[in-house]
Design a protein around this ligand. Structure first.
Ligand SMILES: [Mg+2]
Ligand SMILES: [Zn+2]
Length: 179
């Protein structure tokens, strides 16, 4: 069996989403239960990779150095529950740039698969936005929708995509053997 990987979106899955960008470390507030859920996954042997669109970089609202500080806080908070992210993949581009890595395009998922040596068809991608589901489907991974983000109240265009209230709910089901 290959490496077991869970791919996660960031905003609305790990930290509270809003219609504003997270531009400072103190604006990053974890969703209740998210850190414990990541800790459970790590203890169960999963590799955790995050794939996030941060067009605030391309718009010049945030520097890569500032993003590093935000992610340092994220990792520190997750570490309090024994978890952590193995790697965070970021698309820094604006939507108009038409890059191949901004979700719903699957560029970063393919890159993660190459760099971590796992098969996309064997892993879940958990997101709060329909564009996460589209990226997962485009990459051939199994999509999971969580309702913990700002998009969470939107109806699912495709009722066959499994949905959970939040990451903790999904992880409980996954590790309980009923994904
Ligand atoms: Mg999100
Ligand atoms: Zn991009």
């Amino acid at each position: 069996m290959g490496r077991q990987v869970i791919l996660l979106d960031r905003d609305g899955v790990l930290n509270r989403g809003s219609n504003e960008y997270v531009l400072r470390p103190e604006q990053l507030v974890l969703i209740e239960g998210a850190a414990a859920a990541v800790g459970c996954l790590v203890r169960a042997g999963y590799t955790i990779l995050v794939v996030t669109n941060q067009s605030c970089l391309g718009k010049g609202l945030l520097s890569f150095q500032e993003l590093e500080r935000i992610h340092h806080r994220l990792q520190a908070s997750l570490g309090e529950e024994g978890g952590g992210i193995h790697q965070i993949y970021v698309c820094p581009h604006r939507a108009e740039a038409q890059c191949s890595c901004r979700k719903p395009r699957p560029g970063l998922l393919h890159r993660a698969s190459r760099e971590w040596f796992f098969s996309l068809s064997d892993c879940w991608f958990v997101g709060d936005n329909w564009t996460d589901v589209e990226a997962a489907v485009a990459a051939g991974c199994r999509p999971i929708l969580v309702r913990s983000g700002v998009q969470g109240k939107r109806a699912k265009p495709d009722p066959s995509v499994p949905d959970f209230s939040d990451l903790a709910d999904f992880v409980k089901n996954l590790l309980g053997g009923h994904p």
